[in-house]
Design a binder for this molecule. Structure first.
Ligand code: 13P
Ligand code: SF4
Length: 324
């Protein structure tokens, strides 16, 4: 154990502001094992911004929002991609880099948005609105993407919709994201009643209370929040746009209206910024742990596969998005 602590000392430095010293030894052994396994398996770990700091800062090779992870997954040359994120992110990586083995450390890492809609639902929407293009949030299964014209993320939704040059789209499955983006583009959106279980819990009253308690705090809200919450915030953007704003503008105090690990991960590298934390945890993201990443690499489970006919159609929608 002393050797393990010594070899991971430098890594602790990266998270010492957010991970108590007493917790570190329990992480250090798994981190050292994961680093060894990555070498022997020729593997890389991709981590979403909502992963906990010991995953995000200590074992990940690539980190980012959904858009960055999709872009970067395409370029991976290692044999194995471990997705420290949720299932739809692992599927997107597999779509974009089918020659790699893609592992998700816990099959229960789903998403309330992805679960809110099926391919049959999309076919019914298309039948009800013939000729209207279907813009699908990446937080969906490959089956749903396969029925879509183009995908989007919260980071590029405005650009994707504007690229279509139409005045009406079907935008699924996140009702709030669709309403928030409609207001920015002036394009009429036909929505679906899917919600992110993390962001739908924030209320305008929560934001007003932060203003009372922390009058100097800059408030950034994710566009998966209801529109009346976004209205109360100073700015709205994807997790990468939040990170970009905070690290460039360096507000003295900031409140990120999103998943809890987002603030932890930025705070780890920016101890001078004060984070107000009215956050909510994503139970799906939190299924992923160092222990489960290690187990995934030891046992090469759980491999993500997509039937060829579905993958071929879903890939077109994702690649159209990346081309915008
Ligand atoms: P982004 O990181 O793309 O903003 O997405 C947030 C999210 O909820 C992912 O599940
Ligand atoms: Fe899905 Fe929301 Fe969790 Fe992201 S934060 S994985 S959108 S439930």
């Amino acid at each position: 154990m002393t050797d393990v602590l010594f070899s991971t000392d430098a890594l602790y430095d990266r998270v010492k502001h957010v991970v108590p010293a007493v917790e570190w030894p329990s992480f250090a052994e798994d981190i050292a094992a994961i680093e060894d396994l990555k070498r022997t398996r020729s593997a890389v770990v991709l981590a979403h911004n909502y992963q906990t700091p010991e995953i995000f800062h200590c074992v990940s090779d690539i980190v980012g929002d959904s858009l960055a992870l999709a872009r970067e997954a395409q370029q991976v040359e290692a044999d194995v991609i471990v997705m420290a994120g949720v299932h739809f992110m692992a599927e997107t990586a597999k779509l974009l880099n089918p020659a790699r083995t893609v592992l998700i450390p816990d099959l229960r890492a789903g998403c309330s948005l992805a679960e809110s809609i099926t391919a049959a639902d999309v076919r019914a929407l298309k039948a009800a609105h013939p000729g209207v293009p279907v813009v699908t949030y990446v937080n969906t299964s490959a089956d749903v993407k396969a029925e879509s014209d183009i995908c989007c993320t919260s980071g590029n939704a405005v650009k994707v919709i504007e690229s279509l040059g139409v005045d009406r789209v079907i935008m699924i499955p996140d009702e709030y994201l669709a309403q928030n983006i409609a207001r920015q583009t002036g394009v009429e959106v036909i929505t679906w009643a899917g919600h992110c279980e993390v962001h739908e819990r924030f209320t305008p009253q929560d934001i007003r209370q932060i203003r009372v308690d922390h009058p100097d705090a800059v408030i950034l809200a994710h566009p998966e929040c209801p529109p009346d919450v976004v209205d109360e915030a100073d700015l709205s953007g994807s997790t990468a746009q939040m990170l970009d704003y905070v690290t460039r503008q360096r507000p003295r105090q900031v409140a990120l209206i999103t998943e809890c690990s987002m603030s932890d991960n930025i705070a780890a590298a920016n101890p001078d910024i004060d984070f107000v934390r009215p956050c909510n945890l994503c139970p799906h993201m939190k299924r992923i742990s160092l222990r489960r990443i290690r187990h995934a690499l030891e046992t090469m489970t759980h491999e993500v596969t997509i039937p060829d006919d579905v993958a071929a159609r879903a890939r077109v929608a994702v690649q159209r998005m990346l081309a915008v």
